[in-house]
Ligand binder design. Structure first.
Ligand code: SF4
Length: 198
Protein backbone atom coordinates (compact mmCIF):
# COMPACT_ATOMS: atom_id res chain seq x y z
CA UNK A 1 0.00 0.00 0.00
CA UNK A 2 2.82 2.40 0.92
CA UNK A 3 4.76 1.55 -2.23
CA UNK A 4 1.72 2.30 -4.39
CA UNK A 5 1.10 5.59 -2.62
CA UNK A 6 4.75 6.64 -2.97
CA UNK A 7 4.72 5.75 -6.65
CA UNK A 8 1.58 7.82 -7.14
CA UNK A 9 3.12 10.79 -5.29
CA UNK A 10 6.28 10.53 -7.38
CA UNK A 11 4.22 10.60 -10.56
CA UNK A 12 2.39 13.77 -9.52
CA UNK A 13 5.75 15.54 -9.22
CA UNK A 14 4.57 17.15 -5.98
CA UNK A 15 6.02 16.87 -2.50
CA UNK A 16 3.15 16.90 0.00
CA UNK A 17 3.55 17.90 3.65
CA UNK A 18 3.81 14.95 6.04
CA UNK A 19 3.68 15.15 9.83
CA UNK A 20 5.71 12.16 10.99
CA UNK A 21 5.30 11.05 14.59
CA UNK A 22 8.79 10.12 15.87
CA UNK A 23 9.13 7.75 18.82
CA UNK A 24 12.95 7.78 19.01
CA UNK A 25 16.07 8.35 16.91
CA UNK A 26 16.71 4.71 15.82
CA UNK A 27 13.14 4.20 14.54
CA UNK A 28 13.15 7.61 12.85
CA UNK A 29 16.53 7.12 11.16
CA UNK A 30 15.50 4.77 8.36
CA UNK A 31 11.96 6.09 8.15
CA UNK A 32 12.82 9.73 7.59
CA UNK A 33 15.57 8.93 5.08
CA UNK A 34 13.16 6.67 3.21
CA UNK A 35 10.37 9.26 3.06
CA UNK A 36 12.17 12.57 2.62
CA UNK A 37 12.46 12.15 -1.13
CA UNK A 38 8.66 12.09 -1.43
CA UNK A 39 7.50 14.51 1.29
CA UNK A 40 8.21 17.80 2.99
CA UNK A 41 8.46 16.44 6.52
CA UNK A 42 8.01 17.81 10.01
CA UNK A 43 8.82 15.43 12.86
CA UNK A 44 6.51 15.35 15.84
CA UNK A 45 8.01 14.11 19.10
CA UNK A 46 5.00 13.34 21.28
CA UNK A 47 5.68 10.48 23.68
CA UNK A 48 4.17 10.99 27.15
CA UNK A 49 4.59 7.26 27.75
CA UNK A 50 8.36 7.55 28.22
CA UNK A 51 9.61 7.15 31.77
CA UNK A 52 11.45 8.70 33.52
CA UNK A 53 11.64 12.29 32.28
CA UNK A 54 15.44 12.09 31.96
CA UNK A 55 14.94 9.22 29.47
CA UNK A 56 12.38 11.30 27.58
CA UNK A 57 14.83 14.20 27.34
CA UNK A 58 17.67 11.95 26.22
CA UNK A 59 15.62 10.19 23.50
CA UNK A 60 14.55 13.60 22.20
CA UNK A 61 18.11 14.92 22.21
CA UNK A 62 19.29 11.86 20.26
CA UNK A 63 16.62 12.52 17.65
CA UNK A 64 17.78 16.15 17.34
CA UNK A 65 21.42 15.03 17.07
CA UNK A 66 20.63 12.53 14.32
CA UNK A 67 18.69 15.08 12.28
CA UNK A 68 21.46 17.63 12.71
CA UNK A 69 24.34 15.23 11.89
CA UNK A 70 22.64 14.01 8.71
CA UNK A 71 22.14 17.61 7.57
CA UNK A 72 18.38 17.04 7.42
CA UNK A 73 17.91 19.93 9.84
CA UNK A 74 18.25 22.31 6.88
CA UNK A 75 14.82 21.14 5.77
CA UNK A 76 13.18 19.17 8.55
CA UNK A 77 11.78 20.79 11.66
CA UNK A 78 11.27 18.87 14.91
CA UNK A 79 8.07 19.83 16.72
CA UNK A 80 8.26 19.21 20.43
CA UNK A 81 4.97 17.80 21.74
CA UNK A 82 4.12 18.30 25.40
CA UNK A 83 5.54 15.88 27.96
CA UNK A 84 2.37 15.01 29.86
CA UNK A 85 2.99 11.62 31.58
CA UNK A 86 -0.26 12.02 33.54
CA UNK A 87 -2.15 11.39 30.28
CA UNK A 88 -0.34 8.10 29.82
CA UNK A 89 -0.99 7.03 33.42
CA UNK A 90 -4.67 7.92 32.96
CA UNK A 91 -5.14 5.67 29.93
CA UNK A 92 -3.03 2.82 31.32
CA UNK A 93 -4.67 2.64 34.76
CA UNK A 94 -5.62 -0.94 35.63
CA UNK A 95 -3.56 -2.30 32.71
CA UNK A 96 -0.14 -2.10 34.35
CA UNK A 97 0.59 -5.84 34.29
CA UNK A 98 -0.43 -6.62 30.73
CA UNK A 99 2.27 -7.86 28.34
CA UNK A 100 3.41 -5.79 25.40
CA UNK A 101 1.02 -5.68 22.40
CA UNK A 102 -1.97 -5.86 24.79
CA UNK A 103 -4.65 -3.27 25.55
CA UNK A 104 -2.26 -0.91 27.39
CA UNK A 105 -0.06 -0.71 24.29
CA UNK A 106 -3.06 -0.20 22.02
CA UNK A 107 -4.18 2.76 24.15
CA UNK A 108 -0.64 4.13 24.30
CA UNK A 109 -0.34 4.03 20.51
CA UNK A 110 -3.82 5.53 20.04
CA UNK A 111 -2.98 8.38 22.44
CA UNK A 112 0.10 9.32 20.43
CA UNK A 113 -1.55 8.90 17.04
CA UNK A 114 -4.64 10.91 17.99
CA UNK A 115 -2.51 13.86 19.04
CA UNK A 116 -0.46 13.54 15.87
CA UNK A 117 -3.63 13.55 13.74
CA UNK A 118 -4.97 16.64 15.52
CA UNK A 119 -1.64 18.43 15.16
CA UNK A 120 -1.53 17.49 11.48
CA UNK A 121 -4.99 19.03 11.12
CA UNK A 122 -3.89 22.25 12.87
CA UNK A 123 -0.79 22.48 10.67
CA UNK A 124 -2.82 21.74 7.53
CA UNK A 125 -0.58 18.78 6.73
CA UNK A 126 -1.48 16.59 3.75
CA UNK A 127 -0.58 13.36 5.57
CA UNK A 128 0.35 12.03 8.98
CA UNK A 129 1.92 8.76 10.08
CA UNK A 130 4.26 7.27 12.66
CA UNK A 131 7.68 5.62 12.83
CA UNK A 132 6.22 2.97 15.17
CA UNK A 133 5.57 0.42 12.40
CA UNK A 134 9.31 -0.13 11.96
CA UNK A 135 9.47 -2.04 15.24
CA UNK A 136 9.16 -5.84 15.05
CA UNK A 137 7.71 -5.63 18.59
CA UNK A 138 4.72 -3.55 17.50
CA UNK A 139 1.49 -4.66 15.83
CA UNK A 140 1.57 -2.78 12.52
CA UNK A 141 -1.96 -3.91 11.61
CA UNK A 142 -3.33 -2.30 14.75
CA UNK A 143 -1.27 0.88 14.24
CA UNK A 144 -2.58 1.23 10.69
CA UNK A 145 -6.18 0.52 11.68
CA UNK A 146 -5.94 3.13 14.42
CA UNK A 147 -4.35 5.67 12.04
CA UNK A 148 -7.11 5.08 9.48
CA UNK A 149 -9.83 5.72 12.09
CA UNK A 150 -8.16 8.90 13.34
CA UNK A 151 -7.80 10.09 9.76
CA UNK A 152 -11.57 9.93 9.33
CA UNK A 153 -12.03 12.11 12.41
CA UNK A 154 -9.33 14.70 11.73
CA UNK A 155 -9.69 14.87 7.94
CA UNK A 156 -5.97 14.40 7.24
CA UNK A 157 -4.89 11.41 5.17
CA UNK A 158 -3.05 8.73 7.12
CA UNK A 159 -0.03 7.19 5.39
CA UNK A 160 -0.41 3.42 5.85
CA UNK A 161 2.99 1.86 6.40
CA UNK A 162 5.13 -1.03 7.50
CA UNK A 163 8.55 0.56 7.63
CA UNK A 164 10.29 -2.64 8.66
CA UNK A 165 9.75 -3.94 5.10
CA UNK A 166 12.47 -3.64 2.44
CA UNK A 167 15.00 -4.30 5.25
CA UNK A 168 13.90 -1.09 6.97
CA UNK A 169 14.53 -2.44 10.45
CA UNK A 170 17.97 -3.73 9.41
CA UNK A 171 18.79 -0.35 7.89
CA UNK A 172 17.77 1.38 11.14
CA UNK A 173 20.26 -0.80 13.04
CA UNK A 174 23.01 0.08 10.55
CA UNK A 175 22.21 3.77 10.87
CA UNK A 176 22.21 3.50 14.66
CA UNK A 177 25.74 2.08 14.49
CA UNK A 178 26.90 4.68 11.99
CA UNK A 179 25.63 7.62 14.07
CA UNK A 180 26.24 5.91 17.41
CA UNK A 181 22.59 6.37 18.37
CA UNK A 182 21.31 5.38 21.77
CA UNK A 183 19.22 2.20 21.39
CA UNK A 184 17.09 1.88 24.49
CA UNK A 185 16.59 -1.59 25.97
CA UNK A 186 12.95 -1.02 26.88
CA UNK A 187 9.98 0.26 24.95
CA UNK A 188 9.34 3.40 26.98
CA UNK A 189 6.88 3.24 29.87
CA UNK A 190 7.69 2.38 33.47
CA UNK A 191 6.03 -1.03 33.05
CA UNK A 192 8.20 -1.97 30.07
CA UNK A 193 11.27 -0.68 31.94
CA UNK A 194 10.58 -3.16 34.72
CA UNK A 195 10.09 -6.01 32.23
CA UNK A 196 12.83 -4.84 29.82
CA UNK A 197 10.98 -5.51 26.56
CA UNK A 198 12.79 -3.37 23.94
S1 SF4 B 1 5.22 -1.19 26.39
FE1 SF4 B 1 5.57 0.51 24.92
S2 SF4 B 1 3.72 0.64 23.62
FE2 SF4 B 1 3.25 -0.58 25.46
S3 SF4 B 1 2.38 0.92 26.91
FE3 SF4 B 1 4.56 0.75 27.37
S4 SF4 B 1 5.54 2.38 26.15
FE4 SF4 B 1 3.45 2.09 25.33
Amino acid sequence: MLDEKLKYIEETGERPFLLLHACCAPCTSHTVLYLEKYFKIALYFFNPNIYPESEYIFRKSELCRFISETGLDREIKIIDGDYCPEKFFEISAGLENLPERGERCRRCIALRLEKTGLTAQELRADFFTTTLTISPHKDSDFINKCGGEISEKCGVEYLFSDFKKHDGYKHSIELSKKYDLYRQNYCGCVYSKTKRTP
